[in-house]
Design a protein. Structure first.
Length: 502
């Protein structure tokens, strides 16, 4: 009898998940691709939805008030009900599904019918409500705070003056550069103290500069409890060809920061079980001493060991007096200055293509214009010819390493050099740095440790100047300090100050 009931529950769970996938498919076929992009309608496959709901704690209370933010065709609600049936949840589940797209609202109606029938069959008490509203406009629909929020939020950029951005800023005090951040901040304000937010989102909020207000908000009033990382970035939303690096997490509101560890698990993709699972101290994920509040997500204990080693170095590029700037020559704005390497009026122009394993090579064939015409106007974007470290700002997905660096050796016959905007350049007050220091830095940046360390906080292939500036380096200023031949020692010293505005 018992095994029959268990089998029954599993079958119902499977039926609910299959219904979710079928409803998702219908939602995606009803809206065209551009419409889906506008509404952010990239629905959650049922396996990923299960990973989101299974990290929730539904064992403590007799009732949970749950909000499904941007409910789509009901994938998260259906997975939640499946999970409740399969694990024998005894609490009453009140689930409010907030959605504002007509096609999604129609399908949600069907999803509710399927879920209600399953709940009745297995004695799970459900109170399911569809709310036709803008989730961000909390004043218009929130009646009482929630114990749980679940979401796969829409993600598109929010310009400085976007109405949604202004509204969320007014409600939460957080400047959100993207809709998914706006959904996260809003969810946290509708939760009770101790409430849980389980979500799947892009990883870009972990270190991006524009997400600092969100990170401060999160660090000030919530703590991670569980994080699911994926090795393969392109698998989850394959049906909609979304190429985002995603993360699943549970955040608890107002949890005391270091009261408990954070479970971090890594899977190849959402269809495979975890191949690594470990507990990480809260302070390792977000350090309150870090002014940027980066969110570090170490996938295994080796990553933690590397992080401990990197952090044990006392200096950072910034503390050594080195500056990191994105190359100031923006190709499409500087077309009148772009020329060939042979042009006698040109200085070398360094692109990512010039950054090669053996160092910066110039000129290279089949690349963009290799020369930059020096004029009185363009000269302010030039650096004196000397040693620098050049780091690609973007690496392709195929490239083995996130950080790819090379030393720029001064090229004979030129007084100056230009760096294009797709590279970062490490310099000292816009002056060259000593050759030995440049070599040490480039070797270090190309090391396994730096690669592992970067992946811990960066979910994309972009290497920002901020990321580099704050990186701990195994250099000590007095040891590495050497004279720079032919250059002003005062300005070129490792102890100079960063040039404002660069
Ligand atoms: C990425 S989809 C996720 C749908 C569903 N939760 C899932 O996991 O499959 C985001 C959903 O949010 C809805 N949405 C976008 N902006 C919204 C808003 N301001 N208020 C309510 N829903 C919104 C979209 O229509 C879409 O259905």
């Amino acid at each position: 009898m018992t095994s029959y009931r268990l089998h029954d529950k599993e079958q119902t769970g499977q039926h609910l998940r299959a219904s979710a996938d079928a409803l998702n498919k219908r939602l995606e076929s009803e809206s065209d691709r551009s419409g889906r992009a506008v509404m952010g309608q990239f629905t959650t496959p049922s396996e990923a939805a299960s990973s989101i709901v299974e990290i929730l704690d539904l064992t403590d209370a007799s009732q949970y008030r749950i909000v499904d933010a941007g409910a789509g065709a009901g994938a998260l609600m259906l997975s939640l009900v499946a999970q409740a049936i399969e694990t024998g949840v005894t609490a009453r589940l009140v689930i409010d599904m907030v959605e504002r797209d007509d096609a999604a609202l129609r399908l949600l109606d069907e999803a509710v019918g399927v879920a209600r029938a399953a709940g009745e069959l297995h004695g799970v008490e459900l109170d399911l409500n569809i709310i036709d509203a803008d989730f961000l406009d909390v004043g218009a629909w929130v009646q009482r705070p929630y114990d749980i929020a679940v979401m796969n939020p829409p993600y598109s950029k929010l310009g400085q003056h976007a109405a949604a951005r202004t509204m969320v800023h007014r409600n939460t005090g957080v400047e959100c550069p993207n809709l998914y951040a706006a959904f996260m901040a809003t969810a946290l304000i509708v939760l009770v103290d101790g409430g849980q937010l389980a979500a799947i989102t892009p990883r870009s909020f972990a270190n991006g500069r524009y997400f600092l207000p969100l990170r401060r908000f999160l660090a000030g009033g919530s703590a991670f409890r569980h994080v699911v990382l994926f090795d393969r970035r392109d698998r989850i939303f394959r049906s909609s060809s979304v190429l985002q690096e995603t993360v699943i997490f549970r955040l608890d509101k107002s949890a005391t920061p270091d009261a408990h560890g954070v479970v971090v698990e890594t899977r190849v993709d959402h269809q495979t079980p975890a191949h690594d699972i470990h507990e990480v101290p809260q302070s390792m994920i977000v350090s309150l001493e870090d002014p940027d509040r980066f969110i570090n997500l170490p996938g295994n204990t080796e990553v933690m060991a590397v992080a401990a080693r990197v952090r044990s170095y006392n200096e950072t590029l910034g503390s050594l007096g080195l500056s990191v700037s994105t190359g100031p020559v923006v190709g499409f704005r500087a077309t009148e200055y772009l020329t060939t390497a042979e042009d006698p009026a040109a200085v070398p122009l360094i692109y990512p293509n010039n950054v090669q394993p053996e160092g910066v090579c110039w000129p290279v064939k089949r690349a963009k214009a290799q020369g930059y015409v020096r004029t009185a106007e363009s000269a302010r974007r030039l650096f004196p010819n000397g040693h620098y470290v050049v780091v690609k700002r973007f690496t392709s997905k195929e490239e083995r390493r996130r950080v790819v660096a090379a030393v720029y050796e001064p090229i004979d016959g030129f007084e100056e050099v230009a760096f294009e905007n797709h590279v970062n350049v490490i310099h000292c007050n816009r002056e060259p740095i000593p050759r030995g220091v440049a070599e040490e830095i480039a070797d270090y940046l190309n090391s396994d440790d730096v690669d592992v360390y970067f992946r811990m906080f960066s979910g994309n292939t972009q290497v920002n100047a901020t990321d580099l500036r704050r990186l701990h380096v195994p250099l000590t200023a007095p040891l590495s300090r050497e004279p720079v031949p032919g250059h002003n020692e005062g300005n070129g010293s490792l102890f100079g100050h960063e040039v404002a505005g660069w």
